[in-house]
Design a protein around this ligand. Structure first.
Ligand code: BES
Ligand code: MN
Ligand code: ZN
Length: 482
């Protein structure tokens, strides 16, 4: 879907989309239409069950008009506007519309851009490998505004979020035969054109450093592990930076503790945390935000092989702490631990936020609607929760405590990589494992195993990978100083 801003209202568009508030109060823009058309609209509304509730749609085919319910003007939150946009997008797609004019009140008000956000993201389709059933949905949405140049400028911010979300979805949807660890490092090189510096730490350097946790996870794979650092410096005067860390398992078979085969294909997206960090870096760079941000992703593939790491192995992490491996399928925390240590030792950020499809247990607890939040900082926690509620990328906070941490104890190493009794508090103990490496740095862990994916589509996403978390950090950064 292409977006164009225009001040021209002609009826040479396939459809014109008009907003209607609760109880069928017509939006002010309707005054731009002639009396006859207004009469037809009023009559059509009377003859239907349409009430102007948010998300309702009424199509007047004879007049090429799509009426869209907005609900109460005072209740137009970001998630509501996104949802309305998603429904508009779905309608345009279903009706195979190729040009439409969107007429809403106050399009100078950036809030209305949220409708475009929903429309673009809901009609996203990953179709690059389809040779037959391509959707052919190619709609240009003309957006009415008094000042197209200004609107276009104002739109860059929200457009950068859209771009970031789409990047995350694209990367997370790629299968592991294409998006190997090495290919991942190549596909993110475009970020340097946006002013982001990229440093790739390869296997040889990881060995030299002593990042033995990520090395162990990658040992059974034909593709080597990497830690990649992406640096965006939007505030040159400050040395402070926030670090974003992402789990990048290009495939997670479970390794020697192999997973059951049902749904194992979904583990191609076990690099969604890393994809989220890449999407955020792109978004922030496109916004030319005046902040500093460092993305750190751990790329590896977890496979069974003669060279694989095994249950019982004892590893020395980059931090120096030792880990007894009791299950090779608890690999994400190992990769993240070395990345978080890297952040603490080399980047020294003011805060660390990690994204990871870390535990199946978080899906059991929260399903697909909220991601798990775990943090050692009340300040970070509060601001993330608020950004979650405002943006629609919702979070739910879980506790951390010494007792949970003690469930990771091992008789032969500083900690084990799974808890005992196993399965109890699985998401919390996974977070406590990471806590051992974050130390006292303000740190938040976001377990996106449930929200990364939508089984049957949600308000702003078709079935598949959602791009959850990109929008969250956009909104979070507005209220958080490095
Ligand atoms: N990548 C998985 C978690 C996951 C499961 C994400 C399902 C998305 C959907 C992770 O590496 C894993 O295997 N976790 C184990 C941990 C267990 C062995 C302690 C799990 O959750 O079962
Ligand atoms: Mn696993
Ligand atoms: Zn995993």
């Amino acid at each position: 879907m292409q977006i164009k801003f225009t001040e021209i209202i002609k009826d040479n568009y396939d459809y014109t989309i008009l907003g209607v508030y609760e109880n069928n109060k017509l939006s002010q823009t309707t005054s731009k239409f002639d009396k006859d058309l207004k009469g037809i609209i009023t009559k059509s509304l009377k003859n239907s069950s349409f009430k102007g509730k948010a998300g309702e749609i009424l199509i007047i085919h004879s007049e090429k008009i799509i009426l869209t319910g907005l609900g109460n003007a005072g209740e137009l939150t970001t998630p509501t506007l996104n949802k309305i946009g998603g429904i508009i997008g779905t309608t345009l797609k279903r009706e195979k519309v190729s040009t439409a004019l969107l007429m809403l009140d106050n399009f100078e008000d950036k809030k209305n851009f949220e409708i475009i956000y929903g429309a673009k993201l809901k009609t996203y389709k990953f179709d690059k490998y389809l040779t037959k059933d391509k959707e052919n949905f190619n709609c240009t949405l003309f957006v009415h505004t008094e000042n197209p140049t200004k609107s276009k400028e104002d739109f860059t911010e929200i457009n950068s979020i859209i771009d970031g979300v789409i990047t995350t979805r694209n990367l997370a949807t790629e299968p592991s035969n294409i998006l190997t660890t090495t290919e991942f490092t190549k596909q993110i090189k475009y970020l340097s054109k946006l002013g982001i510096s990229i440093e790739i730490i390869d296997e040889k350097q990881l060995k030299k450093m002593g990042a033995n946790l990520i090395l162990a996870v990658g040992k059974g794979s034909a593709y080597p592990p990497y830690i990649v650092i992406m640096k965006y410096t939007g505030n040159k005067k400050s040395k402070k930076t926030i670090a974003l860390v992402g789990k990048g398992l290009c495939f997670d078979s479970g390794g020697i503790s192999i997973k059951p085969s049902a749904h194992m294909d979904e583990m191609k997206s076990d690099m969604t945390g890393a994809a989220t960090v890449v999407g955020i870096m792109e978004m922030i760079a496109k916004q030319k935000a005046k902040i500093n941000l460092t993305g750190i992703i751990g790329l590896a593939e977890n496979m069974p092989d003669g060279a694989s790491y095994k249950p019982g192995d004892i590893l020395t992490s980059l931090s120096g702490q030792t880990v007894e491996v009791l299950n090779t399928d608890a690999e994400g925390r190992l990769v993240l631990a070395d990345c978080i240590t890297y952040a603490n030792q080399k980047v020294k950020p003011t805060a660390i936020i990690d994204f990871a499809t870390l535990t199946g247990a978080i899906m059991i607890a929260l399903g697909e609607y909220k991601a798990g939040l775990f943090t050692n900082s009340d300040n970070l926690g509060t601001k993330l929760l608020t950004a979650g509620n405002e943006s629609g990328d919702e979070l739910w906070q879980f506790p951390l405590s010494k007792k949970y941490n003690e469930m990771l104890s091992s008789p032969v190493a500083d900690m084990a990589n799974i808890s005992h009794p196993d399965r109890l508090a699985g998401s919390i103990t996974a977070a406590e494992f990471l806590h051992n490496f974050a130390g006292d740095t303000p740190w938040a862990h976001i377990d996106i195993a449930g929200t990364a994916w939508t089984t049957s589509g949600n308000d702003i996403s078709p079935k598949g990978l959602t791009g959850f978390g990109v929008r969250l950090i956009n909104d979070f950064l507005k209220n958080f100083n490095e």
